[in-house]
Design a protein around this ligand. Structure first.
Ligand SMILES: Nc1ncnc2c1ncn2[C@@H]1O[C@H](COP(=O)(O)OP(=O)(O)OP(=O)(O)O)[C@@H](O)[C@H]1O
Ligand SMILES: [Mg+2]
Length: 316
């Protein structure tokens, strides 16, 4: 498998403060590779440096240090850009244009004939779940999720080899997220390489071949979701129980549980300090009856939560 994206020691300082003499390091010595045909997820909490990394990848901003190579070349080169589809974090399009007019404009830029354009535009609109009536409305009338979908349609229109998507699930409802997930999986089947950023771990877990966890600009972990999840410890669980009185609830709170008593039903969020079985036993001994137990975090979410706590503890 050849390397499509190579990031080496990438660092970005934003100037800040009075006279712009202070710096904020948004990306800190980031090194990673994305291979041909994989879906790679850049994950991390808000402000972690994901969008900054994406902008550096596209050469929209310049690195303070380090370098980026796409297909082994500089991202500035036109031949590289022609192979690239990009969805910005907050797509902003000319508001008076309709989605179809926008796509037609991009289609012309990429040299598609009129017949090819109309067929291709109809196909990508279908793929992102935009009905014809919505595609023919001025974009100022579109919802955030609809704009994200138009943005995605624009990114895939010219059938690029590499897609760089900054938060492609942003603002989408569950149906929209499923459509985007299906679209990305289909594109991978066609052999495309996809680099996406998201703050929603569960979304990435479902589709990414590999993920990197970014926190305060630094990479804290990288690997396949299964690999990373397997190295984590037990996660938070939610337990629904009956027949717990106020004293029993107080006792659970004293053990570190979040307890939400709603009439007869008690909702308990148990921390990771003990096995699920032990919590069930504690509740039984307090006179309660357990109705349901469910995980609050997916295995990868759990791994990331632990990794973030660890890096915060390390840095103070
Ligand atoms: N132009 C800028 N000037 C100064 N600081 C900036 C600039 N752009 C971003 N930052 C800061 O750099 C850090 C990283 O921002 P970035 O947009 O890359 O985060 P992100 O991971 O994409 O977050 P989100 O999940 O909210 O989109 C943040 O602390 C942000 O405030
Ligand atoms: Mg961002």
């Amino acid at each position: 498998m050849s390397t499509v994206i190579a990031i080496e020691n990438l660092t970005k300082d934003y100037a800040s403060g009075w006279l712009r003499r202070r710096f904020h390091r948004a990306v800190d010595h980031l090194t990673l590779e994305v291979r041909e045909g994989e879906i790679f997820g850049l994950l991390g909490p808000n402000g972690a440096g994901k969008t900054t990394t994406v902008k550096l990848l596209l050469h929209l901003i310049r690195p303070t240090a380090g370098r980026v190579r796409l297909f082994g070349r500089s991202p500035e080169e036109l031949t590289v850009r022609a192979q690239l589809g990009f969805l910005p974090e907050h797509p902003s399009f000319p508001e008076a244009l309709t989605g179809r007019e926008l796509l037609d404009y991009f289609g012309r830029l990429f040299g598609l004939s009129r017949v090819d354009r109309s067929a291709r535009i109809a196909a990508v609109l279908r793929q992102v779940g935009i009905p014809a009536a919505v595609a023919d409305r001025p974009m100022r009338q579109l919802s955030r999720g609809e704009l994200t979908r138009i943005g995605l349609a624009q990114a895939v229109l010219h059938d690029p080899k590499l897609l760089i998507l900054d938060d492609p699930m942003g603002g989408l409802d569950p149906d929209g997220r499923r459509q985007v997930r299906d679209l990305l999986l289909r594109l991978r089947e066609e052999g495309k390489t996809i680099f996406l950023s998201t703050a929603v771990v569960a979304e990435a877990e479902a589709i990414c071949d590999r993920v990197a966890l970014l926190h305060r600009g630094r990479m804290r972990a990288c690997g396949s979701p299964i690999e990373l999840a397997a190295s984590g410890e037990g996660g938070k669980v939610e337990i629904l129980a009956r027949d717990l009185d106020a004293r029993a609830c107080a006792s659970l709170r004293a053990r570190g549980c979040a307890v939400d008593a709603d009439r007869a039903l008690v909702r308990i969020q148990a921390p990771t300090s003990a096995e699920v079985g032990e919590w069930v036993e504690v509740i039984r001994q307090l006179g309660g009856r357990v109705i349901a137990v469910s995980p609050l975090q997916s295995p990868l979410e759990r791994f990331f939560a632990n990794a973030l706590t660890a890096s915060e503890r390390l840095e103070g």
